[in-house]
Design a protein around this ligand. Sequence first.
Ligand SMILES: [Zn+2]
Length: 200
Amino acid sequence: MQENPVSMTAVQYDLADLLQRAHAKIRGRNRADCPRCGGRQTVSFTEELFCCHHAGCDFKGNRFTLARDLGLAQRPSRAEARALHLERERAEAAAQAFLVLVRRARFGLDGLHIELLNLRDEAHERLEVNHDDEVAWEALAYTYSELPRIRAEPALLGEGRFEDRQAWLEAGEERRHEMTDRILRVDGVPAFDGKWVDVK
Ligand SMILES: [Zn+2]
């Protein structure tokens, strides 16, 4: 058995046109005579819906059902409905997987942020005791170069454009460094909603 796909014709006709094809005589902007019960001006319609108000008459529906009843549009076939359903499921699964990746990355960054703050505090303490502690100076320099990065990445992952987040997640260490360098150079990231997120 061969079934036709959902026809775009249903979308192309306006409801007044479809009602006329169904032999309802249009009376003004939103009234028509009913082709089923013969009521005069008993059908009212909007852009999408129509309904006959005559008692006991069941002439009512919407643009799509009327187009279908007139043979202008058909329901999706079982195979198509299934394909659409699978497509939707795949899209949802992809979105879920993406969210998991983002959360995992952010969680990792939070941990790193805390480690860097600890390292910085310890370096300060050691330098108070011994101002010439080279290791502490190096640790301090390291934390001050890394901490802005730690702030840049959550801004990107939390609020950045979808394509930038994906690029970051797929990037290797070096490319991520380049991306955070760029964020720090311009002090922010373009956000997913077209706004700008400051990173200082
Ligand atoms: Zn009617």
